[in-house]
Design a protein around this ligand. Structure first.
Ligand SMILES: [Mg+2]
Length: 284
């Protein structure tokens, strides 16, 4: 039985404790976890089922872990505060955002460079910490992340600067993002007018770019075989794990269903209903 039919069977028969014990054992034995947040730990301002058990289990078992998010708006401190409001105590060192990955990428490419930035504090802070200074006249880069401060004037400026030779970077390739108010434009949708007007394609740093995975691995100081990635999206979390040779866990608490999985030419190694699978193990 392949992974997908295994998961369908498990869910339909409500017999996951029995059927998935081997999978749960294998995941539980990992030393380190890269874990997506939206659709896995929370949705908007609501904690998802099993998230509390999962975070408590990580701490109790002394696992290494990093929460990865493609969202570039918030700093690790803001993410830590958001989880605290939801009742989860996690140190800010356990968060890694596409803004941090973008800052690391640009610093690696061109140390001491300058950038015109369209984004929120999470992105500005990450770039500043990496020594990348703002410049809205003749920058080396135009860097775009999600922001509510997006308007025609900053699109015009970005277009002009890219036409003058600045390199165009997007913090992540997400086209849309889920919010409590419905679907909203995400980074790629905001970069799109600049790409279309200039004829230049942006380079996107966040998941599924393996650059973010490799940095995560480096931070956790583990080999790929010792790690698992947990996420709710096939096109970012799961493909990023597969391309980085990290075991993949798809949870169905976010955007994906079993039907979604069938539309892709690759499969996650394991599928669970939520990160509560660590608690399911107890009923063995
Ligand atoms: Mg997600």
């Amino acid at each position: 039985m392949d992974t997908i039919s295994h998961a369908i069977h498990a869910i339909e028969k409500k017999g996951r404790c029995k059927i998935n014990n081997q999978a749960i054992d294998s995941i539980r034995s990992k030393k380190a976890f890269l874990c997506d947040m939206d659709g896995v730990i929370y949705h908007g301002n609501n904690l998802l089922p099993g998230a509390m058990d999962f975070v408590e289990w990580l701490a109790r078992e002394d696992k290494k872990f990093l929460f990865l998010t493609n969202s570039s708006e918030r700093s690790p401190m803001e993410l830590q505060q958001k989880l605290a409001r939801l009742g989860l105590e996690v140190d800010e060192s356990h968060f890694y955002t596409s803004a941090l990955a973008t800052a690391a990428f640009v610093k690696n490419q061109s140390p001491g460079c300058t950038a015109y930035v369209i984004g929120e504090a999470g992105l500005f802070n990450a770039l500043y910490e990496a020594g990348i200074m703002p410049n809205d006249v003749s920058p080396d880069y135009v860097i775009v992340g999600e922001t509510k401060n997006y308007n025609y004037q900053n699109i015009l400026r970005a277009v002009k600067l890219v036409q003058n030779g600045a390199k165009l970077i997007g913090t992540n390739p997400d086209l849309t993002g889920p919010t409590e108010d419905g679907i909203v434009p995400a980074c790629r949708a905001l970069v799109s007018p600049i790409e279309l007007t200039t004829g230049r394609h942006a380079y996107y740093v966040g998941k599924p770019n393996p650059f973010m995975m490799r940095n995560g691995k480096r931070i956790l100081d583990c080999r790929a075989s010792e790690m698992a990635i947990i996420g709710d999206r096939m096109d970012t979390d799961i493909i990023a794990g597969i391309e980085s040779e990290i075991d993949t866990v798809l949870v169905l608490s976010g955007v994906s269903s079993i039907e979604t999985v069938k539309n892709f030419s690759y499969s996650p190694k394991y599928i669970f209903e939520s990160v509560g699978f660590v608690k399911d193990f107890k009923c063995n």
